[in-house]
Design a binder for this molecule. Sequence first.
Ligand SMILES: Nc1ncnc2c1ncn2[C@@H]1O[C@H](COP(=O)(O)OP(=O)(O)OP(=O)(O)O)[C@@H](O)[C@H]1O
Length: 354
Amino acid sequence: MGTIKLESINKSYKDTKVIENLNLTINKGERLVLLGPSGCGKSTLLRIIAGLEEINSGSIQFEDKEMSHLSAGERNVAMVFQNYALYPHMTVEKNITYALKRNKVPKAEINKRLEKALDMLELQEYRTRLPKDLSGGQRQRVALARAIVKQTEYFLLDEPLSNLDAKLRVSARQSLLHLHEEFKHTFVYVTHDQVEAMALGDRIVVLKKGEIQMLDTPENIYFKPVNVFTAQFIGSPPMNIFKASLEDKSLKIGETVIHLPENLRVRLLDYEKNEIYLGIRPEHMSISTTGLYDMTFNFVENYGSQYGVCLDFNRQECITVSNEKVKDKMVKVNFDLNHLHLFDIDTEENLIYS
Ligand SMILES: Nc1ncnc2c1ncn2[C@@H]1O[C@H](COP(=O)(O)OP(=O)(O)OP(=O)(O)O)[C@@H](O)[C@H]1O
């Protein structure tokens, strides 16, 4: 048990297509994150897996068992929602054990699971409280406890941390990683927060308008994004994308020639268009007196440990990071040649990694 297979999934709400011909295999015991902007269909996909949403066509299998027409209850998944969906009139322990009682799990077993969950999520002292008397973080832990006691292979989480403040989010992320370490569930986790996705995912699915853009490890998504959308969705500040012209295989931004390394020049041999996108992450640009490219300083953002320096390169805006607060009106900038990306001007696909 543990693998989830989605084949040719289509889902529309009336005339609005939300998911189109989606194929995805989630491995047993992995933490898979569904990442994408608001409205791209992440929650719909999770609810389809959970059995809370009907599909128009396609197949959903848990291991080799067809699930498409089974109800949520019959699929035996544990789900944690963004708003926690706790029963307001039930105490913490009743919230945690309600589904087990309904499923006629023996009393001794229910108590065993309850005590373990209360211990793990540090909820013992709140066990007799109602949800209204708990903080957001405590409610979120109750929702997790309620999911854990189901002891299912499948753990589906829909933005469970988004109502928490930044500090609590970090500790809640660690709790989730510990839980996964202990139970080795198949985790499917929805978020629009790329930091959360990078921290929690063994693999990340980047979604745009119901279509998978990239499915890979966090490292590959960061360093080898297959297209402009993925490149700019992951990373903060996002990757800089410059529109460049190509004349005699020489790449120019405005009037400035960009010196490409040989391995990238080779990629351009078959590229027949006159324009291209050049991508570089802010941390792969550096301000230096020996920099090759002249840029105009616009403004600086304070990130705490570093500054984000916003620049203008031949009338195209870009951003780099620096340990020092830049004050000069003109700066010289270097590009790290090992971290340049070239994207097709029309398809926006990465010409190096796609
Ligand atoms: N019950 C519904 N009826 C009609 N349209 C819906 C329904 N539920 C969702 N949608 C639409 O489907 C699309 C995908 O919604 P979904 O909630 O899956 O997106 P999401 O990526 O999870 O967004 P968010 O991050 O904002 O929660 C949206 O355009 C939304 O308006």
